[in-house]
Design a protein around this ligand. Sequence first.
Ligand code: ADP
Ligand code: MG
Length: 728
Amino acid sequence: MSGSAARMEAIDAVTNYKPTSLPLNFSEVSTGDLFGANVFGLAAMKSRLPKPVYKSVLGTIESGSVLDPNIADVVAAAMKDWAIEKGATHYAHVFYPLTGSTAEKHDSFLSPDGNGGALAEFAGKTLIQGEPDASSFPNGGIRATFEARGYTAWDVTSPAYILENPNGTTLCIPTAFVSWTGEALDKKTPLLRSMQALNKQAQRVLRAFGHDKIGTVVSYAGAEQEYFLVDRHFFFSRPDLIAAGRTLFGAPPPKGQEFDDHYFGAIPERVLAFMLECERELFKLGIPVKTRHNEVAPGQYEVAPVFEQANLATDHQQLMMMTLRRVAERYGMTCLLHEKPFAGVNGSGKHVNFSLGNSTQGNLLDPGETPHENAQFLVFCAAVIRAVHKYSGLLRAVVASASNDHRLGANEAPPAILSIFLGDQLADVFAQIAQNGGAKSSKSKGTLAVGVDTLPELPKDAGDRNRTSPFAFTGNRFEFRAVGSNQSIAGPMVAINTIVAESLDYIADRLESADGKDAESFNATVQKVLHDIISAHGDVVFNGDGYSDEWHQEAESRGLPNLRTTVDALPVLASDDVVELFEKYGVLSKRETLSREEVYLEQYCMTIGVEARTTVEMAKTIVYPAAVRYQGELAATCASLKAVGQECDTETLDTVTTLVARLKKGIASLEAAMASMNGGGMLGHAKHSCEEILPAMLVVRAAADELEGIVADDLWPLATYQEMLFIK
Ligand code: ADP
Ligand code: MG
């Protein structure tokens, strides 16, 4: 190999890499001892709290109600003792601002005691409420800067945990983050509210089905996380990876994804060691991770936790991303969570599996054993179908980001058109409900009447999967596949919970006003409701190839929105439908909803702004110099050949000269596009970024990538795709 000196150095460092953390020996500690060791969960509380206090906290966790402030001091003291035993010196209120990141406000347990010593203090009020300096977090106009204060409030339903750090161990307390006027400045508050809304409406439907013991209904989420690993040396040699998390330049590798052997292939030893350590760290935090295998692209992997109730799963998802990043560093690698770090190579998503249920009726999206259970299952399923159809624009909006735009609709992830995959048998059941509105035959059975017969067996396993569908029924849950790898799953969960609550509300209204209360007329009402829903909303069901052009045309004729970019999608948040929806179910006030559109548009603009500036800088200071150096060499060779009367083949020189000119012109156009931002508020700015700046960046990139294929390898300064993806 003969890359530039800088590249060779990086490659050298990578190949001579010695891990500082050695692969872990799992036999040293049993997984059972490890699991949840750093969590102040139910087990720790039970053993440390007086019985009545424990019961009160448990009640709060299970019902989501407000914590009794009188017991806060007792809980705080127990929590502090537990944490100090674990070596904690600090505590932090952890919150989830609209940037999608995780923020922490750290404080020391120790306060001066006035006699030159220090006291470990942690009162109940400190546990329940904190006051971070909130002014640096985006709020979309909710908070004027002169009243920049906000406060964090302990979320009892997500247990406190310990984060170990080489320089100190911290007790972390998951919190909601609100302004002093009570408006949600974060992603957790609306999530908790949406779970309450879902519970309320699901209870009504279950009551209509005649249940008298009904536990709190929660939504469950299981988020499969994809990510890339690249060696740190390559990472630090690429200003684009550092600044933007993705490569803004780089020609596709000669060896690419077509080598299918990567998928489920052998995992390199260093990566395996990293995975084992991640797993161990996550176990300690009580996060039940399960699978690991190579993903489609080279250098890409996946980790999936076992599903948990949505609020906990969301906090755990944030911790998971943080853990992946931190542990990767220990192994001399960088974990890239960007949705599309390498152009032309499959990007990373985060499939969010959703179901809802409770302790008494179980998973409500699981087809049951009895006709009664099946009727109930069909009703909950129909609620999801109606919800996705009615609010498909909202679902698109909550996964919209500058980075996810590169992935959605790029024939590697679902298209931006939201449709539902039901699988043949379930689709058949619903199709017949739509046609006949009465008793029906099913593919594998004779006749089927809702509430009387059992359903045909529905496939539960991965065999019958349609991977092109953005919202797929997979046996006992729906899988939302459009979420980006880098995104918080809070937004998607808020949307799903709320739109399903709205559909359950509609269904409950109809079931409650059923004519007769006997089983027969109740079944007839259920049948009618299902028929009406599937007639009005069945167009969202599509079992074919979501990547095909035919589907795009078909979807258009069905009137399904196709919101291609973030700029198309985010304004949906401000639409009357969505504003009213969130208001009606107490999830977000109008101001809160509008603030989110504003913040996300701003983030979109900021992301593209950073990318554009990095593109210009790299093109000018890295790509251009390499190209003209090579141009100079070629020109010098020609000159010396001519000097001795030989002919010079100028083809390569001419190509380089043309590309250099194209590069310069491209840079100038990009700079002009960046300078010509012309009002229109945040949406105008975003449109300009999408329509003018992004395409101009691509022109610069195209010239640079062509140069990469022609400039002498020992002059090419940037780590190549081949190196970043394959050398580990
Ligand atoms: P695949 O990659 O084939 O989609 P995986 O087994 O990798 O499947 O991931 C399945 C995900 O679905 C896991 O995160 C799992 O916890 C989650 N899951 C399984 N059952 C449910 C359920 N009832 N509700 C929500 N999530 C679920
Ligand atoms: Mg999946």
